[in-house]
Design a protein around this ligand. Sequence first.
Ligand code: AMP
Length: 223
Amino acid sequence: MGAMIVLLFGPPGCGKGTQAAFIAKRFNIPAISTGEVLRGECKAGTELGKAATAVMAAGGLVGDELINPMVANRIAQPDCARGFLLDGYPRTAAQAEFLSGLLGERRLPKPVAVFLDVPAPVLVRRISSRRQCPACSRIYNLLSQPPKTAGMCDDDGTALIQRGDDNETVVAQRLEAYQRQTGPVIEYYSKQGAVRIDGDRPMDAIWREIEALLAPAFKTASA
Ligand code: AMP
């Protein structure tokens, strides 16, 4: 049986995390968000976390020399044997090269790349109303996907938080890093056949399009 590898691209606030969770559930593969892994490392106070904290707080990109081995280790875990989804990686040309070398070395298939496109003004609006459960990482939006009880996670009742880097100044930096460093990466994957999906729509409509796109690829991979 083959594995299915999905790369989910898009600017901060485009809905990657929400769609990644749908994909993971539907196709039974782990959704690996490098941002989530890094936030976990920061919280746990590991060496990697200590090295990443200041850069993340400023909205910059953590160094490739830290991110690449972190991803290599993560995708070697047994839960990735049937495939995996990467959310927020690769974000630089050097990461894209590293990933392609890694997949080749491990004889893994060519990834299916999906690019969720959302205009910048919409992103800023969405990010300011984004909230997250610090326990299970579920994402909410006060306007479009509010929790059933204000301020509380539907799944585990934990008090929702706003990410430290979801403030206006840092968001501007993150968008800048995205355009400058990730822009070329998306261009590269577009030439390789990445599918652009209009992310400025309700999440159900986006999900239907992504599901229709991935279902045949998944069928081939599990044949
Ligand atoms: P995200 O949750 O994807 O918005 O990522 C949050 C922050 O983690 C980013 O602003 C970066 O500082 C850092 N980060 C996440 N993924 C990467 C990556 N692939 N390369 C470099 N930095 C990353």
